[in-house]
Design a protein around this ligand. Structure first.
Ligand code: AMP
Length: 514
């Protein structure tokens, strides 16, 4: 079982239909997409010496070559390691090392970073820049058939940052990704060849995941030419039909207030080609959601998932968004919907006992979409998958109708602009400063970004106080730009509990009360 079979089949069945596009322009039809996957796969195996099961990273901004590379990797029986293109070089190095990646397929914008890591990352032997000379050579290789893979074989190593500060890779198998795709059809939308998906969010994350059901069914995958702003979305809606896209709540908010779309700017005719906006990944404020429904009509669907159970725990379908007459319409809009078709979802107490309706506990999930474990991390795997259930670290409760509402995150994850930031990574960067004695990083509610990063700093006794410039520089030198604190607070001491652990809740409360 190999997901690359989807592209191969579409290449035969829909050869002349568009498969990949950049903005309004077709980049490849299905025949060409299938041919490129088969040839690049041959190049990876023969020219670059990869064997089935080897890891190949894809480090690129959204572009059609991203999907060509991803499916070539699978076609060759290799395991894809999609890397967030906005990460710092050191973070990329860690991911490549931890996954034992041997080849990186990248683009011109990331080529220097990737090439500088050959010789530094022990497993890394080659870098392919697409488009580029070596990529062209791989495209010219004699095609090979799709490599046999089993349902339990790893296909995608999905790196999420761990609470320990070190990123962990959820090992997603062919079966996991197939279940994710099938439950998209069951719970979100059916998809057919006349449809399209716009990749306005990073392909290394949710957008790439939801690209899969679209590729399976022969829809067009579109990467935007600009950043996917309102004017571009409006233009694409006049070019492509049945258009869906995945967006973090911040992006939905930005689009619904964009002059090109807001206030009925497009009219019913202009929106006729818009099928579904799938939002999720972070909580969405009710006021923003009501505004988005006003602008886009009942074309919004919410999903709640995580890398460990890709995009699939619960969903709030578009029909619930449209059901204004329901007495609990607003309540439901604030929930994350009900359990997806392919999973069991429970709320449990600290001893993993199922809690009754209405009681708040940890959300746990079981099903064929749940990862087989963290790559190379048996202890973290055993802890997270204990008792056969994925422990999400999210806290919530079910109502009597089976709608789940998330209350808090037990992990201290900060979600800013749809991007995950684990405080520990920022703390580690700041602790490099000789004058920083202790530090705690938390999220503060932010109208524009959902949350913004705030660092509480205790200066080492007797040391000079660090400047904001020095702290910013340390962050820029060691972690991705978007993780840098927006605010530094210098304090005498951090609040701690009996075990000496910092109580971040108190810091968040402090920020909330101003
Ligand atoms: P990731 O593994 O990077 O996709 O992050 C997953 C985390 O994002 C989840 O564990 C939740 O804490 C949060 N999340 C995902 N979807 C939603 C949603 N619809 N509403 C609120 N939080 C969400």
């Amino acid at each position: 079982m190999n997901l690359a079979g989807w592209v191969e089949r579409n290449g035969r069945r829909l050869p002349d239909r568009p498969a990949l596009a950049v903005g309004e322009r077709v980049h490849a039809d299905w025949a060409r997409f299938a041919a490129s996957a088969a040839s690049v796969a041959a190049g990876l195996r023969v020219e670059l010496g990869c064997s089935p099961g080897d890891r190949v990273a894809v480090l690129m901004d959204n572009r059609p070559e991203y999907l060509e590379a991803l499916f070539a990797v699978w076609h060759a029986g290799l395991v894809a390691v999609p890397v967030n293109a906005r990460l710092h070089r050191d973070e990329i190095a860690y991911i490549l090392e931890a996954s034992g990646t041997s080849v990186v397929v990248t683009d011109a914008g990331h080529a220097d970073d990737a090439e500088s890591l050959v010789g530094t990352v022990s497993s890394l032997s080659a870098v392919v820049v697409a488009p580029g000379e070596r990529w062209a050579r791989l495209l010219g290789s004699a095609p090979i058939p799709v490599t046999e893979r089993g349902p339990s074989d790893p296909a995608w190593l999905f790196f999420t940052s761990g609470t320990t500060g070190r990123p962990k890779a959820a090992t997603l198998t062919n079966r996991n990704l197939l279940m994710m795709a099938l439950s998209y059809f069951a719970d979100i939308d059916p998809v057919s060849p006349g449809d399209s998906i716009l990749h306005a969010a990073p392909l290394s994350h949710g957008s790439g995941m939801y690209g899969l059901p679209h590729i399976a069914r022969g829809a067009v995958s579109i990467t935007p030419e600009s950043g996917g702003d309102g004017a571009e979305v409006a233009a694409l809606l006049s070019r492509w039909s049945g258009l869906s896209f995945f967006a973090a709540p911040t992006m939905v908010r930005r689009l619904s207030s964009d002059p090109a779309l807001a206030g009925g700017a497009l009219g019913d005719a202009g929106l006729a080609n818009l099928k579904t906006i799938i939002y999720g990944g972070a909580p969405m404020y009710l006021a923003d959601l009501e505004e988005a429904i006003e602008v886009f009509g009942p074309r919004l669907a919410q999903i709640y998932g995580q890398g460990e159970t890709p995009m699939t725990i619960t969903a709030l379908p578009s029909s619930d968004h449209a059901d204004r007459d329901h007495p609990r319409w607003r309540e439901r809009l604030q929930s994350v919907g009900f359990a997806r078709t392919d999973v069991e979802v429970r709320v449990v107490d600290d001893d993993d006992n199922e809690l009754p309706t209405g009681e708040v506990g940890e959300v746990v999930v079981r099903g064929d979409v749940v990862m087989i474990g963290y790559w190379g991390q048996p202890e973290a795997t055993a802890e997270t998958l204990r008792g056969g259930w994925l422990h999400t670290g999210d806290v919530g409760s079910f109502d009597a109708d089976g709608y789940l509402t998330l209350r808090d995150r037990s992990k201290d994850l900060i979600i800013s602009g749809g991007m995950n930031i684990y405080p520990r990574e920022v703390e580690e960067a700041l602790l490099r400063h000789a004058s920083v004695g202790a530090v705690a990083v938390v999220g503060r509610q932010d109208e524009e970004w959902g949350e913004s990063v705030v660092a509480f700093i205790v200066v080492t006794p007797g040391a000079p106080s660090p400047t904001v410039e020095e702290l910013d520089r340390l962050c820029l030198d060691h972690i991705a730009r978007y993780k840098r604190p927006k605010d530094y607070r210098f304090v005498e001491a951090l609040p701690t509990n009996n075990y000496g652990k910092v109580v971040k809740r108190e810091l968040r409360d402090q920020l909330r009360s101003g």
